[in-house]
Design a protein around this ligand. Structure first.
Ligand code: C2E
Ligand code: CA
Ligand code: CA
Ligand code: CA
Length: 280
């Protein structure tokens, strides 16, 4: 569109305009899809490495766009954060997954996961009534606060302020707090002193360092010491191979999550006891 001037700058501006249009379109579509019920929630198992048993699961939102089909949350969550719709969308995810979790507990008894992990964005955390909304959902679902783990990123807490207060309020009410993508954001270690945290989710990029026949994976090794030293639970993310799972287990990781154990699905089977590692 900006060819006329032949300048790179003009072309660049045209690209930016197109991207802004695309973002605005996606934003408007999000609004319609919230009203039309095009969102749903899938659940990925979190497994105890020693036994292969599914101990928990993480709720992940999915969008079936009426025209484009499946759109990745990596593409639409940032848009929903920018236009504020993440507040409504996030509440939908929280309510859906808490009710689902409570149903599993009723139906499956000892086979049911012991907690549900739900992602919460910076914008949701900064919303004044957020802890009250969460408390309401927990009560309405008939679950214990400790059966909910809220996953927040270091970046969401970086600014301090309302987001950190919300985390403190939730934690005070008994809700678990996980730092998501741990090690990839700002000031990771400093945050652990100022924010109440129960779980470190060790980012996939560090698990990726564990390659077949490779040497030491330095960061996953360091982070298990950090989490044990501070009395936190560590969950390794993005485990794709048996070798990675065995390596993490041998380092002392208790919990892991990844395609090796199971992809996120609408209806996980918790009775199959997951993927068991060979002893060793
Ligand atoms: P995340 O919270 O770090 O979630 C983990 C992502 O890694 C998920 O992608 C999951 O499907 C993917 N994953 C899990 N195991 C593996 C593996 O072994 N290999 C690979 N390659 N990927 C794996 P997904 O569902 O596409 O979500 C992407 C991101 O979008 C999430 O990253 C999270 O930041 C955001 N997100 C997803 N659902 C929600 C939500 O309900 N609320 C908010 N605020 N953000 C969400
Ligand atoms: Ca997460
Ligand atoms: Ca993560
Ligand atoms: Ca991530």
């Amino acid at each position: 569109a900006a060819k006329a001037a032949g300048s790179q700058l003009m072309v660049y501006h045209a690209d930016l305009d197109e991207r802004a249009d695309e973002t605005a379109r996606l934003g408007a579509d999000l609004r319609h899809s919230l009203d039309d019920g095009d969102f749903h929630v899938v659940y990925q198992p979190i497994v105890e490495l020693r036994t292969g048993r599914v101990r928990a699961c993480e709720a992940l939102v999915r969008w079936r766009h009426p025209v484009r089909g499946f759109v990745s949350p990596a593409d639409f969550v940032p848009v929903a954060e920018d236009n504020g719709l993440i507040v409504e969308l996030g509440e939908f995810v929280m309510r859906t997954s808490c009710h689902r979790f409570a149903a599993w507990r009723r139906e499956l008894g000892a086979d049911a996961p012991s907690y549900i992990s739900v992602n919460v964005s910076a914008r949701q955390l900064s919303e004044p009534g957020f802890p009250t909304v969460v408390a309401g959902i927990i009560a309405e679902a008939g679950m214990e606060p400790a059966q909910l783990l809220v996953e927040v990123t270091e970046t969401a807490l970086f600014g301090g302020g309302t987001a950190v207060q919300a985390v403190e309020t939730l934690h005070g009410a008994g809700v678990g707090i996980a730092l998501d993508d741990f090690g990839t954001g700002h000031s990771s270690l400093g945050l652990l002193r100022t924010v109440p945290v129960d779980v470190l989710k060790v980012d996939k990029s560090f698990v990726d360092e564990i390659i077949e026949g490779g040497g030491r994976a330095v960061i996953v090794d360091a982070l298990i010491h950090v989490s044990k030293g501070l009395g936190l639970r560590a969950v390794a993310e993005g485990v794709e191979t048996a070798e990675q799972a065995a390596y993490l287990r041998d380092l002392g990781y208790e919990f892991a999550q990844g395609y090796f154990f199971g992809r996120p699905v609408p209806d996980p089977d918790f009775t199959g006891n997951g993927q068991v590692l060979a002893a060793g």
